[in-house]
Design a protein. Structure first.
Length: 544
């Protein structure tokens, strides 16, 4: 899906093709934004499974599954087996995880590295085996190579808050930490060498219009902390509440249990005068709060930034669920059980709207939806099933996402120009050098990945179409220079077609389709009755 996932897929494809694993390029241009681990993993997968959807997504899906397991292990260590299993179920069935395994970004892998690091370090705290601490250091290093310093900050937030509230000041200064830092430093060397070679050794390069850009400083400071200090130019005006607003949908259906869990944990801490009891923990709550405040202080935020803290939120939610199921907080349980059932029922209504109002699926799709609802109702009315406050939302969100994944996404991606046209260009074996993108304003990140070609001729004028090269041609006994037009194919819009006509170009239309920025859904687009107002035409032309 454009914009990010398709860009990362194409960069991984180019890396697999070039076998250059320490320098990052996006369609042949220097890329200084994300660290390399996602591209390492996906390009390696592509070399095994091919440059296709599965090859790109497979590593991230494996990391998502591992994150669920690591969450189980950490929650079991902090509490017990029951809490561990419920925490894993909560994480695996929150809407954000369904999303991040469809629309692949760095955050899936980052989440996995970070929660694994926290789990292993907690194992070291409990069992005092150095191997666990060093394993946590390895995970932190790879997390930093996935999305920067946030990978070390979240574990620090988790344990600083826990140890401070337990008054375990001796845990703040251990000689073993020096060895862990050395391990992290050693593992970061290859990536640092690549950044130094690509940027610090070439101060003449222009990055976002600036010269003398240090790749090392950008990675270790500007990209993360610079967004808080204002040094980074990235800003979208998001405030401290933005990530919480994002969680209202991304942590469905569990957000309505997570918020009471957070409030209860904070209230209990106040009652205990900021001192934890021996069997209490603040790894999950403290880690989440401090991570949220750090991420929420950034001048530039996107909804998926908070996904790194979802395992911690899942543990907090699981602890509250265990308490509710075991009879604690009776009044809260009486309110939350019907409330969660209502929330899940509304999700089914949303799925029905996807199947009818948004993208009509036909009678069989409606029948399948009705069968899913019947399954859920059977679970609801089975008297022998206990803990329905857990099972009904979990079953509901899984059933709903069958329709989201297997119907909505497939229909939605039919409106993504780059993937559809890219497949056509690949099938027709059209040279990228012969294609010109004219008056195209939308990002076309998916085009090179699905075409498996790097397109470089993007412009907004017809002047480029006049350019010709000359090739030597044998005519009889003579060798003459014959003009050869550089461009044979034009990708354009209604406006472009009109301007080409005005400039005297004659052409055949090979492909005519409609497109929409699928990552920026609007009400007009989601309503099939008004969709024609939101979509635009595109044309793939062959010049005569």
């Amino acid at each position: 899906m454009d914009v990010d996932a398709s860009q990362y897929a194409e960069m991984s494809r180019e890396m697999a093709q070039s076998k250059d694993y320490i320098h990052l390029y996006d369609r042949g241009h220097d890329y200084l934004d994300k660290p390399p681990f996602l591209f390492w993993a996906s390009s390696t997968s592509m070399r095994i499974f091919g440059a296709n959807n599965f090859g790109f997504k497979f590593p991230s899906i494996l990391f998502a599954l591992w994150a669920i397991y690591a969450t189980y292990r950490l929650a079991k260590l902090l509490y017990d087996e029951e809490t561990g299993r419920i925490a894993a179920l909560v994480l695996g069935t929150c809407q954000g995880v369904f999303l991040m395994t469809n629309d692949i970004r760095c955050d899936t892998i980052l989440m996995s590295w970070v929660i694994t690091a926290v789990w292993l370090i907690q194992e070291w705290v409990v069992n005092r085996r150095l191997l666990y601490l060093l394993g946590g250091a390895v995970c932190i290093a790879f997390g930093m190579m996935t999305k920067g310093p946030i990978a070390i900050m979240v574990p620090v937030f988790c344990f600083i808050s826990d140890w401070a509230l337990k008054r375990q000041w001796n845990m703040l200064f251990k000689p073993q930490y020096l060895l862990a830092i050395i391990v992290i430093g050693i593992l970061l060397i290859p990536m640092s060498i690549g950044l130094y070679q690509q940027y610090d050794l070439h101060p003449e390069k222009l990055i976002d219009g600036k010269s003398h850009v240090s790749g090392l400083r950008f990675f270790f400071w500007t990209q993360s902390f610079g967004r808080i200090t204002g040094e980074s130019p990235w800003s979208n005006g998001a405030d401290i509440s933005f990530l919480l607003q994002s969680m209202l949908w991304a942590f469905l259906p569990w957000i309505f249990l997570f918020l009471p869990a957070l409030v209860l944990n904070i209230a209990n801490l106040f009652k205990q005068k900021f001192r934890l009891q021996p069997r209490q923990e603040w790894v999950s709550t403290g880690g989440f709060i401090l991570a949220y405040l750090a991420l929420g202080s950034s001048h530039y935020q996107l909804p998926h930034y908070i996904f790194v803290a979802f395992p911690l939120a899942s543990i907090m939610t699981a602890k509250l669920l265990v308490d509710l199921i075991n009879g604690k907080y009776g009044k809260l349980y009486k309110f939350m059980k019907p409330f969660m059932i209502t929330v899940t029922a509304l999700l089914f209504v949303g799925a029905l709207l996807l199947l009818t109002v948004v993208f009509y699926t036909g009678v069989m799709g409606i029948i399948f939806w009705a069968e899913a609802v019947i399954v859920w109702i059977v679970i609801a009315y089975r008297k022998k099933i206990t803990g329905k406050i857990l099972w009904l939302p979990a079953a509901g969100i899984m059933l709903v996402n069958i329709f989201v994944t297997n119907h909505f996404y497939y229909q939605l991606l039919g409106y993504q120009l780059g993937s559809n046209l890219g497949r056509f260009i690949k099938e027709q074996n059209i040279s990228a050098k012969k294609v010109y993108c004219y008056r195209m304003h939308d990002p076309l990140n998916a085009l090179p990945f699905y075409a498996q070609r790097v397109f470089t001729t993007f412009d907004t004028t017809t002047a480029y179409l006049h350019a010709s090269s000359y090739v030597k041609t044998q005519i009889g006994n003579e060798v003459v220079l014959k003009p050869e037009r550089k461009i044979d194919f034009v990708l354009t819009t209604d406006e472009g077609v009109k301007l080409l006509h005005q400039n005297g170009y004659d052409f055949d239309t090979l492909v005519h389709g409609v497109h929409f920025k699928v990552s920026e859904l609007t009400g007009d687009f989601l309503n099939s009755a008004t969709r024609s107002k939101a979509i635009s035409n595109y044309y793939f032309l062959h010049l005569k």
